[in-house]
Design a protein around this ligand. Structure first.
Ligand code: ASP
Length: 339
């Protein structure tokens, strides 16, 4: 039987990290090293592998994601059924959403990594690689955008969060759940995912706008929010609950000269539109110009705002983009527009 062609690129992360014991592990393995350690992988797909970087997830940036998009685009244009990006799990929830926003192909773009390094007992890297390649090769994964696959579970890039520092089951999609599961060598989907039109990539020579993410907290004096609105090109404000801040911060939102997106710091659920009416409530902040993020969490909101600002999307369009992309279901909107 012919094996589906799948492209695989490594950026580094724990899955590639080894060490001599005393100094801690560091990224060192190449993509070729990784795939050679996975039993049965060569039978599952016809792999073309490349090493794009050897870095921890914490040091990846927008330029790395642009390289990934270019590499994956070339790979599928050359006939790959799908592409797999291997990287550190620390930033997967953000990088995968970046890739998802700008991935304009039907072929799946799957991101994976590992929680245990290859020198630890029971490393999860080989199983995750196998699951990621299986997912990328499966026609059922077409049209789903960027996917995150770890621990035999498939997550939508717009939903997934890292919810544990060290567990093998460190990833979850709070609120709506995972898209599917790997079982007996195949991928099984049970949940639809909102897909939105891909955003074009802004010109490479244009600096990516600086978007600050500010989480409010008990007894917040507002100094950080004031600094962020004065110094950055946009701000994502992770509010309490459905989108609340202490009353004293509300004026900073009205006075902001840059867009302020209102998300929740809770990690699941949507910002509200019309429930609370006190100063600093979601109604108050939206009336002062804040853009509700809906179901998008603060980290993903920051990626989206950065991409929209990079494309020069005017301020009045930002609210509509967040209403659509922050919605729970395809075709619906967050609902703040409807009165
Ligand atoms: N703990 C991280 C990982 O799982 C380290 C990193 O993101 O590079 O890969």
């Amino acid at each position: 039987m012919s094996r589906p062609p799948v492209a695989l690129a490594s950026l580094g992360g724990t899955i590639t990290m080894t060490g001599n014991g005393s100094g801690g592990v560091r990224p060192s393995l190449t993509a070729a090293d990784l795939v050679s350690a996975v039993p049965g992988l060569a039978e599952a797909a016809d792999l073309a592998v490349t090493t794009l970087a050897t870095a921890p997830g914490a040091s990846l940036g927008a330029a790395d994601m642009r390289r990934c998009l270019a590499w994956a685009g070339d790979a599928v244009r050359a006939g790959a059924a799908g592409a797999v990006v291997v990287q550190g799990t620390d930033t997967i929830e953000e990088t995968a959403y970046f890739l998802d926003l700008h991935w304009d192909r039907e072929e799946p773009l799957v991101v994976t990594g590992a929680m245990r390094n290859p020198t630890a007992p029971g490393p999860d890297g080989p199983a995750n690689l196998y699951a990621a390649v299986t997912t990328a090769a499966d026609p059922a994964s077409r049209g789903l955008g960027a996917l995150v696959v770890l621990n035999d579970t498939v997550h939508a890039a717009c939903r997934v969060r890292k919810i544990h520092t060290s567990a093998v089951q460190a990833f979850a999609s709070p609120g709506f759940g995972a898209l599917g599961h790997l079982f007996e060598g195949g991928v099984h989907y049970g949940n639809p995912v909102p897909r939105h039109p891909a955003l074009p990539l802004p010109p490479e020579d244009r600096p990516r706008p600086r978007v600050a993410m500010v989480e409010t907290c008990f007894d917040d004096d507002g100094a950080l929010l004031a600094h962020a609105t004065a110094e950055y090109d946009g701000v994502v404000l992770a509010g309490f609950g459905v989108g609340h801040v202490p009353a004293a911060l509300a004026e900073t939102v009205s006075a902001a000269r840059v867009p302020v997106v209102l998300a929740s710091r809770t990690g699941a659920g949507s910002t509200a539109c019309r429930t609370y009416g006190f100063p600093g409530s979601e109604r108050d902040l939206i009336a002062r110009g804040a853009i509700p993020a809906g179901f998008l969490d603060a980290r993903k909101s920051r990626i989206l705002l950065g991409s929209l600002l990079a494309l020069g999307v005017p301020r009045e369009r930002l609210r509509a983009e967040f209403a659509a992309r922050g919605a729970g279901a395809p075709g619906s909107t967050v609902g703040c527009e409807s009165g």
